[in-house]
Every structure is written in C-alpha cells, then in structure tokens.
Design a binder for this molecule. Structure first.
Ligand code: LIP
Length: 269
C-alpha cells in the first residue's frame, strides 16, 4: 500500500543531502554574515539559499503544501499552523556555529529529519515507526535519576536583563541538584538528537522557534523520549519553549527547577 508520508520523507532526505553538500561547500569559502533582529541573531546567504533549495524542490513535488521556514518568516512570511500539510524548515539550525565553523545541523510531525552534515549524521523519525541515525535505530538512555544525568541547554542573550538573570539562575538550580554536567552544543535540533541517542538525558530551552524544534521533536519522541512544555504541561510546537528528556521523571524535575520568562509565541508575534 502506498504511504504518502513515507514518500514525502524520502523526498526530504534526498533534498536534505543536497542541502548538506551546499553547507559543506559554503564552509570552505568566506562567509558573509548579516544581522537579523539583533547582533546575536545572525543569518548568512547560505541559510537563505539552503531554504530556497528545500522549499522549491518540495513545492515542485507538493505544490499544495504549506511552509514555515525560518528565513521566509524573517523576510515577512506568516508563521501560522493550519490543517494543511505544513513543512517546518530550519535551513541551518546553529547559524552561529556555522559562522564560526564550530561543527554543526536539519526537519511533526508526521516525520522529522535532522542532518548534522559535518558529522554526516542523518537523524530520521516517522510517527509510530521509531527513530534512526544513518539508518540505525536509536533510543534514549532511559535514565530516571536526574543526579546521574547530562543536561543540555543554550545560553542566549535575552534583551531583558531580568530574563537573562532567570536563565542563569535556572542553570545554577540544575547544576546544584547536582547533575553530572550541563553542555551547550549550539543547535536545538542536534540537542534533541543527542537526547534521542542517549548521549544526554535532558534538554530545555525557552526562546527558540518551531523550526528549531519540529524535526528534533519527532526524532526524540520516536526514540522513546518525553517532550513537554517548560511549565510541565503538554508540548506546544508554537510556544517557543520545551523540555525533552529520557524519562518523565527527569522532565518533570527539570520543569520544577526552572522558572519561565515570557518569550511570546511563533503564531502571534
Ligand atoms: C539556534 C538554535 C540554538 C539557539 C540559537 C538559535 P538558528 O537556531 O538552534 O539552540 O541557541 O539562539 O535559535 O537561529 O541558528 O537556526
């Protein structure tokens, strides 16, 4: 029986491989950096070209589908989820990493794809069918004890000094549980895949976007992970915040230790 979502996913893996090639080539050349909303919100021509490549190649095959793409939204396109099949695209998740040539990543949530193209690790997940890295099945660690865990988060500069203080206090609360450690690899998508394959046990973040979360959320859920809102409530793709973990116990403990600050929503800002 034909499976339309599998066809979409296979097509997307093909395009993602081409995008990875484009990114690797761009890393060999000079990178011209432009600012978006602030000096720490960066974009390059490669982000824009990769997003164009992905959207045009998907549109050609699926002209009726909708898109939410990071760079298209930055250029004024709407960021609204409807009932129409919607591709959520982040061409380079970790633009700052890319700019500094500091390693790197791509992708619900019928399926999710995250390609860490420098490591050549293609993470794929299809709803109800498991998660894979380069075709091999992956699973979360299953760790339930937060004191034995590795936690990931990212430290972004938030314009409001109060938010910044809350972010630092959250890190202190987690570190002093104590946990084994906190790391910041620089890409939300890769962070979720690190939890999905058991290299880390939790990841939390406030202030990211649906295109940072969609692909990785599918991968970590299919790998047996738990995903929830930073309030401890259900995950909401447009809420700009999340906790993912190897177990519900760890996710709930992280939610208990962190204080939220307002980050807005993708579909209303
Ligand atoms: C990035 C995230 C990263 C976060 C950055 C940014 P981008 O996505 O993956 O975790 O710390 O602020 O949101 O903008 O490079 O696609």
């Amino acid at each position: 029986m034909s499976d339309p979502w599998q066809e979409c996913m296979d097509h997307c893996v093909e395009v993602t491989n081409k995008a990875g090639q484009m990114i690797r080539e761009a890393l060999q050349k000079d990178i011209a950096v432009m600012q978006k909303s602030s000096p720490v919100d960066l974009v390059t021509e490669t982000d824009q070209k990769v997003e164009q490549l992905i959207i045009s190649s998907i549109k050609e095959k699926y002209p009726a589908h909708s898109f939410i793409g990071e760079e298209s939204v930055a250029a004024g396109a709407p960021s609204v989820l409807t009932d129409n099949p919607t591709w959520i695209i982040d061409p380079i998740d970790g633009t700052t990493n890319f700019v500094h040539r500091y390693c790197l990543s791509r992708g619900f949530i019928e399926f999710g794809i995250v390609y860490s193209c420098i490591e050549d690790k293609m993470y794929t997940a299809r709803k109800g069918k498991g998660a894979f890295c380069n075709g091999d099945p992956i699973k979360v660690s299953g760790q339930e004890d937060i004191s034995q865990s590795m936690v990931l988060t990212e430290m972004n500069f938030h314009k409001d000094p109060g938010h910044f203080k809350t972010m630092m206090a959250n890190i202190e609360n987690i570190l002093t549980i104590p946990v084994h450690g906190i790391r910041s690899p620089g890409s939300a998508a890769v962070n979720m895949c690190l939890v999905a394959c058991g290299a880390a046990d939790a990841y939390y973040h406030m202030g990211i976007h649906c295109w940072d979360m969609a692909g990785g959320a599918a991968v970590v859920t299919e790998a047996g992970g738990v995903i929830m809102d930073t309030s401890g409530g259900p995950f909401d793709l447009m809420s700009r915040r999340l906790i993912v973990a190897s177990s519900r116990a760890i996710a709930q403990r992280v939610a208990k230790e962190i204080t939220e600050f307002p980050v807005g929503r993708d579909d209303t800002d």
